[in-house]
Design a protein around this ligand. Structure first.
Ligand SMILES: [Zn+2]
Length: 408
């Protein structure tokens, strides 16, 4: 089956027809070329065609609870306490979580995201039950999106008090997850949590994605400890470190030294501008820090970096449109990334972190795209038009439009 996406504006300014076969680009030709025999087509009408976006760090179990789980303090511990106490009260039923997680994925897909890595709380009173609910939601998107699940363990993981949480992690693996998660900076023994994650992930043949140093406290710096532990273990699967906030408050020489260790360990870094801008810095009334990991230093030393939104409309982040363009715009304004780099950080870079190939609009690339009514990448980020067409393996899987009227 041959399918043609006609009249696509590319970021380099060309207008082309893209032919797709078996989910991959089989030809890129000038717009208006004769269509292959027995082909089908979609007319993009000159919309800008970009690689599909990736959300490499979501929490779809928590999404869309901002009104029912308030966080009046606004900071990270306020959010964690609000969430855990609501969870322990039994506020989140199975059906509620399935519907919210599905709604979060729907929003992402409509905006042009076809691959998502979501963390899901595991441990405490709820054991692995939230993984069961999220998997039920994910099932509705088979063939539409690639979704990876990370078990985000409650703390502590180490010591006697961590026994229940360690058991819940093993239970989550039985239910079916893709990566082992956790928060070393919140455990009494950060290295112990890291070692446990490496051991459990090695035994299960899974990747690791930890919440690392989500604090502006410069003395909490577990990222180099994580990098050394990964290197010492010879860990063979995908490894990511999300947040890495405290790296942003280290002197440049220290940032460089850590970046080199992270690159040598093959750890991908996932900055999360929106949620960190909200949660961090409440106790800094002067020169409020941004709380975003130093992206340029990491990239300059060979570290793979991809950006995400983290939480969406929950106690950790009351805002969020589930739109990678929103994350990219924040990367421009709050992390000084220029628009093409910001766009790459929320699309192709994320594909690399999730183990999907880059989409460079070349023959052989996966035909995972979104088309948007914008004249350029910069224009797409600035206006974030709602008019979008989303393609996975060449098939139109989502479409949203907007209408505007001025009555004079
Ligand atoms: Zn997170």
């Amino acid at each position: 089956m041959v399918h043609v996406l006609r009249n696509a504006l590319l970021a380099d300014g060309r207008t082309v027809d893209i032919t797709v076969q078996d989910g991959k680009i089989s030809a890129v030709g000038a717009a208006g070329s004769p269509l292959p025999a027995e082909s089908t087509s979609d007319d993009l009408g000159g919309r800008l065609l970009l690689p599909a976006m990736v959300e490499p760090h979501a929490h779809i179990d928590k999404a869309l609870t901002a009104d029912t789980v308030p966080n009046p303090r606004g900071d990270l511990m306020g959010a964690i306490e609000a969430w855990i106490s609501a969870s322990d009260r039994g506020q989140f039923t199975h059906d509620d979580m399935v519907e919210r997680a599905a709604a979060a994925l729907t929003r992402l897909l409509l905006n042009g995201t076809t691959a998502v890595r979501t963390h899901v709380n595991v441990g405490g009173e709820v054991g692995a039950s939230y993984v069961v609910a999220v998997k039920e939601a994910v099932k509705r998107f088979e063939g539409l999106m690639d979704v990876q699940i990370v078990a985000l363990t409650h703390q502590p993981i180490t010591g006697n008090d961590g026994r229940g949480n360690r058991a819940a992690l093993l239970e989550a693996i039985e239910v079916g997850i893709d990566l082992v998660g956790g928060c070393p900076h919140l455990d009494p023994d950060p290295r112990g949590l890291i070692d446990n994650a490496i051991k459990v992930a090695t035994d299960a043949g899974l990747g690791i994605d930890l919440h690392i140093d989500e604090t502006l406290n410069p003395s909490m710096l577990t990222l180099p400890i994580f990098a050394r532990a990964i290197q010492e273990s010879g860990f063979a699967h995908s490894v990511s470190a999300s947040h890495c906030v405290s790296l942003s408050v280290q002197p440049v020489a220290q940032q460089v030294a850590v970046a080199k260790e992270v690159a040598a360990a093959g750890i991908s870094i996932i900055p999360l501008p929106q949620t960190n801008l909200f949660l961090q810095g409440w106790d800094h009334p002067v020169s409020m820090p941004r709380g975003i990991t130093p992206i340029d230093v990491l990239r300059d030393h060979g570290v793979r970096v991809a950006a995400g939104a983290d939480n969406v409309q929950d106690p950790f982040n009351p805002m969020g449109r589930s739109d990678g363009l929103e994350t990219a715009a924040l990367l421009v304004m709050a992390a000084h990334q220029l628009p093409p780099v910001a766009m790459d950080l929320v699309s192709n870079a994320g594909r690399e972190v999730l183990g999907l190939g880059r989409v460079e609009m070349r023959v052989g690339d996966s035909a995972d795209f979104f088309a948007i009514a914008a004249p350029s990448v910069r224009g797409a980020l600035a206006d974030a038009p709602r008019d979008r067409m989303v393609f996975r393996q060449g098939r139109l899987v989502a479409r949203r439009s907007e209408s505007e009227t001025i009555a004079r």
